[in-house]
Structure formats: structure tokens, C-alpha cells
Ligand binder design. Structure first.
Ligand code: SF4
Length: 288
């Protein structure tokens, strides 16, 4: 995610910000970025994406319960009412199940929750925040914005950033992308709080495994420059409309192959750079 419009409280204007989903899109394939952030072509979510969104929401609600209530059965009980609320807010999601067995799909989400409980016991700690909105402007003027799935802060002040991965893509394909997003959050938290996060933790709920990484300040400094360079590259491409396709295995998950020259398609005419609001990050992006 690279950009979302944000409101500057001092200037009272909406300002573009780089988000991890769109930044990751641009890094993967500039044309994919263009389709999502500039053309804003609609994408029909897959049921796997919706399941990920649902499970993220259930885990957020689970942590809102008293510690002693955070048990597997309680989490499963949250699935149906949480889906009712999500589908009421997004009726087009419910339409994807036209005539299909929603109950069976809900039950498939229990497997992700069961995987979660194999990885940790949520009765043993309280996170500082779930679905935390973070945003700041770097000295270079590049504004970063994102949502952290969960932030744990130890009594000693050590920070752990946690991201739940629920996507259908094989883990080895998504791992570099996931780590990119985690470093993005680490830079934002480091700059906001003056503390380098002690641990970036990815929890893969499809296969019940986790990956932990300890960044250091020099690395985050370099990564910050990478983000600034990505933003400059986006602005440059935005002026000319020169967003080139960059085919990879990830094309299998691209909703826009029919418009992509690498697959024999033709992109729509470039609509121009949509300042000051070049794109938004959705709940589906966040639950990837
Ligand atoms: S199909 Fe592949 S190369 Fe084409 S826009 Fe999508 S991600 Fe990029």
C-alpha cells in the first residue's frame, strides 16, 4: 500500500501518505500499483480474503474480552456475529455467497482460529492495541500510514509488532512481502516512539507457524530510505503515467491480468495522477 489520503490537522487538508500495501504493490509491479491506486479498478474479493478479514476482526474482538474469556470456544462463537456485522457494512461481500453454504465457510474459518490458539495463549497477556492506526511524516516529507494488527508492549518497554497472515498464497511467496510490511511498521513505530521494536512477529494461521525477526536501528534507517525512494519513484511514474508491468509468480493472484500487456491485455488510458488522494488501503488489504 503506498498511499492513502490523510487529513493534516494543522493545514486542514487531505494529504497523500504511503501505506505498506500500496508500497508493496509498486515494488512488486508498478502497473499493479497503477491499477489499484490510480485507476482504482474494482477487485472482487476472494472468499479466502474475506475469511482473513473475518478472522482478523474476531481476534481483535477476542482481545477486547477479559483475559479469562479468551478461549477457543469463545473465539468460535464470535465468528457468526462478527460476519453478520461485516456483511451488513459490506453487503457486496454477502452477495458473493449467493445460494452457497455460509455456515460451511464460517466453519472453515475455525481452522485459522484453531491455528492461532496453537501458537499462543491470549489469556496470558494484554496487547497495548489491536488494529492500531499509525501515521507520521518523515523528515524528508514522506508521510507513512498503516494499521498494525497488534502491538504488544512489555513492562520493560520492549515493543513487539504482530501481524496475522491468513492469505491463500503459499507462505514462501508471501514472506518477503510480509516482512516488507513489518519493517514499514517498525520504521513508523521507531520514529513515533523512539524505540526500535524488539520483535516483528508474523503468525501464519493457515499452517500454524510463526516467524520472528529482530530489526536493528541501522537496518530501519536504510529501510526508511528505501520507502522514500519508492515514494519518489511513484511520484515520477505518476507524472508520466509510465507504470510498467513486472511479471512474477505473484501474477497468479492479480485481478487485472486481462488488462496487462504481459498477458496480452491493454490498460485503460492513463487517467492522470489523482492528487491529492492517490489511493486508499482497505480492510481487505490489511487482512492479507
Ligand atoms: S498480471 Fe502481473 S505483471 Fe500484470 S499487472 Fe498484474 S502483477 Fe503486474
Amino acid at each position: 500500500m503506498a498511499q492513502t489520503a490523510t487529513t493534516d490537522p494543522q493545514l486542514g487538508v487531505r494529504r497523500p501518505a504511503l501505506s505498506p500495501s500500496r508500497a508493496s504493490d509498486f515494488k512488486q509491479c508498478p502497473l499493479l500499483y497503477r491499477f489499484r491506486a490510480v485507476d482504482r479498478l474494482p477487485e472482487v474479493p476472494t472468499k479466502a480474503q474475506l475469511r482473513g478479514t473475518l478472522v482478523h476482526s474476531v481476534l481483535e474482538r477476542l482481545f477486547a474480552l477479559p483475559k479469562t474469556d479468551r478461549e477457543p470456544d469463545r473465539a468460535r462463537e464470535l465468528l457468526a456475529p462478527t460476519w453478520s456485522e461485516l456483511s451488513a457494512d459490506n453487503p457486496e461481500w454477502a452477495e458473493l455467497f449467493d445460494g452457497e453454504d455460509v455456515q460451511g465457510w464460517l466453519e472453515s474459518a475455525t481452522k485459522l482460529l484453531d491455528s492461532y490458539f496453537q501458537l499462543e495463549d491470549p489469556r496470558r497477556f494484554d496487547p497495548e492495541a489491536c488494529e492500531l492506526h499509525v501515521e507520521l511524516e518523515l523528515e524528508s516529507g514522506v508521510r507513512l500510514r498503516g494499521y498494525v494488527d497488534r502491538l504488544d508492549v512489555a513492562p520493560t518497554g520492549e515493543i513487539r509488532v504482530v501481524d496475522y497472515k491468513t492469505g491463500a498464497a503459499p507462505r514462501e511467496i508471501g514472506e518477503a512481502k510480509a516482512m516488507f510490511q513489518m519493517k514499514f511498521y517498525a520504521v513508523v513505530l521507531w520514529r513515533l516512539r523512539g524505540v526500535v521494536p524488539r520483535q516483528l512477529k508474523l503468525m501464519y494461521l493457515t499452517d500454524g507457524q510463526s516467524l520472528a525477526y529482530a530489526p536493528d536501528e541501522a537496518e530501519l534507517r536504510r529501510f526508511e530510505r528505501t520507502l522514500e525512494a519508492i515514494w519518489q519513484a511513484i511520484l515520477k511514474a505518476g507524472k508520466t503515467g509510465d507504470f510498467r508491468p513486472s511479471p512474477s509468480r505473484l501474477c497468479d493472484w492479480c485481478a487485472h491480468q486481462s488488462l496487462c500487456p504481459s498477458f496480452g491485455g491493454t490498460p485503460p488510458e492513463y487517467p492522470g495522477w489523482p492528487e491529492p488522494d492517490p489511493g486508499v488501503e482497505t480492510a481487505l488489504d490489511r487482512a492479507d
